[in-house]
Design a protein around this ligand. Structure first.
Ligand SMILES: Nc1ncnc2c1ncn2[C@@H]1O[C@H](COP(=O)(O)OP(=O)(O)OP(=O)(O)O)[C@@H](O)[C@H]1O
Ligand SMILES: O=P(O)(O)OC[C@H]1O[C@H](OP(=O)(O)OP(=O)(O)O)[C@H](O)[C@@H]1O
Ligand SMILES: [Mg+2]
Length: 285
């Protein structure tokens, strides 16, 4: 398989989870402190530690073949770059916010207003597709402070819990896009490298599916099995194994981790006992 170069964020919100997903894919990386480049020991992968904001350009130029990057950065700077996997972490939205006292009724209220943002293309496109012109001020960080220091009437920035907006006396008024970390591919990737990319994607999908699921085991009297199976939102038909105690069985299945709490009471009412919920390390689909 051809060697591929992957860019991940050097430091910041994506760094740790990006390294973690590679590790969960069974890829060991020798990364010493302050190293900008590292080789994987057991997979044809070279890791480049870069600024998130610089990655679209490196992908475009083919300096790196693939990258783990925030989708919001691609929307801003790399619309033509292909996203091949959504990775389920660093979930956030890019939103417009105004001071709490602003009587906001709709996007038209921002006509001619000063908007501070690190995402000028995203804002520009959102506003102009709605026929609204505003006065954009590009700033690189601490955007939420802009209205308080008289620099802007509104802002556009990343929102996750909303606590930064809250602390700065702002309210979210338009969600322009939803974002998460993604695996993106350079348009210049070569044929010989696609096999390695597919092998990596296969591993990533197995890791993500496992993160989303739980292995659930429970015991039940045989006459309750049918009712219990009705409740279980399993992958396929659950496994039913006889217990040493006559007339009892053990039921095993895989369920989506978010669904589990929805059905737990129902399962107990239907007669399930000794319910165990276990993590799954990999799930090959
Ligand atoms: N509060 C947040 N909650 C969840 N995800 C976030 C949050 N803030 C940022 N992100 C996501 O993480 C990415 C990296 O954010 P971070 O603040 O670490 O880097 P940055 O300063 O934008 O980039 P650079 O690496 O270029 O310095 C963002 O592009 C976004 O996708
Ligand atoms: O809704 P919240 O949960 O408060 O998250 C949103 C904040 O998180 C990000 O900043 P970060 O902490 O990454 O700092 P930065 O501006 O230095 O990148 C983003 O720029 C917002 O300011
Ligand atoms: Mg940030």
């Amino acid at each position: 398989m051809g060697n591929i170069k992957i860019a991940i964020q050097k430091s910041g919100r994506l760094n740790e989870d990006s390294l973690k997903i590679l590790k969960d894919c069974g890829i060991s990386i020798d990364n010493g402190k302050d190293q900008l480049k590292a080789l994987a020991r057991n997979f044809p992968l070279e890791v480049f530690y870069l600024r998130n904001g610089d990655i679209p350009q490196y992908l475009r130029d083919g300096v790196v073949d693939i990258a783990i990057i925030g989708e919001n950065v691609l929307v801003e700077k790399g619309k033509e770059i292909e996203i091949v996997e959504k990775l389920g972490f660093s979930k956030c939205r890019v939103s417009l916010a105004v001071p709490k006292g602003f009587d906001y009724k709709g996007i038209q209220d921002l006509k001619g207003k000063r908007i501070a943002s690190s995402y000028p293309n995203t804002v520009q496109q959102y506003m102009s597709s709605r026929g609204v012109e505003a006065d954009l001020h590009i700033i690189n960080g601490s955007v939420e402070i802009a209205p308080n220091i008289g620099l802007a009437d509104a802002i556009c920035d990343i929102v996750s819990s909303g606590s930064t907006l809250f602390k700065n006396n702002l309210k979210e008024v338009e969600v322009m896009l939803k974002s998460e970390a993604v695996l993106a591919v350079s348009p210049k990737i070569k044929e010989g490298q696609k096999e390695t990319l597919e092998a990596l994607r296969f591993r990533i999908r197995s890791v993500l599916a496992a993160r989303q699921s739980k292995y659930v085991l429970m015991n039940a009297p045989n006459d309750k099995i049918e009712a219990i199976i009705e409740i279980l939102p399993g992958m396929r038909s659950p496994t039913v194994l006889p217990l040493a105690e006559k007339g009892w069985s053990s039921i095993h299945t895989v369920i989506n981790k978010d669904k589990f709490w929805e059905v737990i009471d129902e399962l107990k009412r239907a007669g399930a006992e000794g319910i165990l919920v276990c993590p799954i390390e990999k799930m090959v689909l």
